[in-house]
Design a protein around this ligand. Structure first.
Ligand SMILES: *[C@@H]1O[C@H](CO)[C@@H](O)[C@H](O)[C@H]1NC(C)=O
Ligand SMILES: *[C@@H]1O[C@H](CO)[C@@H](O)[C@H](O)[C@H]1NC(C)=O
Ligand SMILES: *[C@@H]1O[C@H](CO)[C@@H](O)[C@H](O)[C@H]1NC(C)=O
Length: 167
């Protein structure tokens, strides 16, 4: 009987791991946290440190296109606020998105002299991986609730209930 319980719990963990890998929705991250928060004097380092960026997620830049722009640059340019020879100009209408398609650091800044007023952001994008097998379902729930849909939360709660039923 004890072995049977272990097998059932292990199967639930495997199923949940598979589900998490396959079903995570991509997340739209509003840079700076608000609708028009690509602007000077916002702490973008603080903002990005509270976000989890995964491959396939999107960045949203909301700003006044007449005043600011968004340029993807390399690390050196980011650190030194150099807006020449950027990698990509993302600026379109001021409600612009960028697909985080690779697991790597990305760097952005506004040219036109605004980088030195704090308009630069670095995001560190990771491959999405499910938590290791054996992590208790309620931990999974707490860790991923903000980035997942209600269907997944329901599934996790169901799995939690099942696990308790067999314990
Ligand atoms: C970063 O970009 C700047 C400007 O184009 C260039 O001078 C520099 O060599 C680049 N650095 C790296 C490490 O690619
Ligand atoms: C980036 O693109 C926008 C919109 O096309 C344009 O207005 C702006 O001048 C460009 N910025 C640079 C630095 O090329
Ligand atoms: C965004 O990037 C991901 C990862 O490379 C890719 O699978 C997806 O098709 C891209 N989406 C768009 C709309 O370009």
């Amino acid at each position: 009987m004890e072995n049977f319980r272990k097998i059932v719990l292990w199967l639930i963990a495997v199923m949940m791991g598979t589900f998490l890998v396959e079903c995570r929705d991509s997340v739209l991250h509003r840079v700076g946290g608000g609708r028009y928060s690509w602007a000077p004097h916002i702490n973008f380092a603080e903002w990005s440190s509270h976000e989890q960026f995964y491959v396939g997620d999107w960045l949203y830049f909301g700003f006044d296109k007449h005043i600011y722009d968004v340029l993807e640059v390399n690390k050196t340019s980011y650190e030194n606020c150099i807006d020449k020879n950027f990698i990509k100009n993302i600026t379109q209408g001021g409600r612009d998105v960028f697909n985080l398609s690779n697991a790597k650091p990305y760097y952005f800044l506004s040219g036109r002299g605004h980088c030195s007023k704090g308009m630069k952001v670095a995001v560190y994008v990771r491959d999405y991986a499910a938590p290791p097998l054996g992590v208790a379902p309620f931990l999974v729930y707490n860790g991923f609730a903000s980035t997942t849909n209600s269907r997944l939360i329901q599934l996790v709660m169901l799995a939690t209930a099942l696990a308790w039923a067999f314990l």
